[in-house]
Write a protein that binds this ligand. Sequence first.
Ligand code: NAI
Ligand code: MG
Length: 330
Amino acid sequence: MTNEAGVPRIAVVPGDGIGTEVVPEARRILETVGEFEFVDAEAGDAVNERVGTPLPQETREAVADADATLFGAVGDSAADVILPLREVVDSDVNVRPARAYPGVDAVQPDCDLVVLRENTEGVYAGHEQRLSDDLSTLTRVVTESASRRLAAFACEYCEEKGLDSFHVVHKANVMRETDGRFLDAVQSVAQERGFDAEPVLMDAMATHMSMHPQDYDVLVTPNLAGDVLSDQAAGLVGGLGLLPSANLGAENALFEPVHGTAPDIAGQGVANPVATVLSAAMLLDFLDRSETAARVREATESVLEDGRRTPDLGGSATTEEMAEAIRNRL
Ligand code: NAI
Ligand code: MG
């Protein structure tokens, strides 16, 4: 919790690979725009090798006791770290905005959408079984309550953005029971609150979003569909180096880039820090520092627009140079 001095406490978990390169830069940007108490914590493959668990108890506690967490990425142990941490912050909803920035060479320069993804259940609920040498199964979990919470969040999100409708992504024609329940729950909450929840089949969405992303503002999705469609949206706007995300709970939250540890470029100092910097901006929003968050976004956008970019966006800037340029704008 916020300490006696009223200074927000932020747990910082860089993780593995490029997480250890981009998170310190995003942290420095937070230090530039405000006063925070930072608590460093470890997670992932490296700490697993040293102490035998990828998620030490101290890290769980640091995240639980913080006002918010800034997280990087972890490698092979991702499922053993990020899924439990989403539970620690009691996060129902994963917010993943995908926006094409002026000046960045994007497949779809008009793309500006956000994926609101159910964050606790679906096929990621972890109920998998090996039943024989030939057969493995997975139980998909969908609850009325989690679907309704996501829908309620979507309505509030739309209201804040001045929108009266959103799209709800599903495959209820095949998964009649689980996605049927999801779709019905989301549509009924939308109706109660005076919003229009327009259903779209998830496979059709993959095509239509690629060709006409400007037709979409807010996509409300089950867990797996949101994971896949947000990575697809990343491809439309210039790559994973640009996509931030928020795992929101009522009292606590965890902010992380959508990307992973990028083993192909880790250790070279060339990872794009923008996804993590924009995640830090979402963290500032969560702490009710929206003006500061807007300043961080504007600084980041203006650096991109001026042509300073890391190699993933066709530039030659290092992680440090890119982050320094953003700090200088602040
Ligand atoms: P990835 O996101 O790490 O990399 C995919 C591609 O995007 C690579 O070519 C990489 O170089 C590029 N890329 C990603 N972020 C970038 C950045 N900031 N700047 C420039 N280029 C960037 O996904 P991949 O390769 O599938 O997974 C690598 C590892 O990360 C795996 O061990 C996986 O389990 C883990 N992972 C962890 C996540 C998490 O901690 N939440 C999420 C996704 C993957
Ligand atoms: Mg993913």
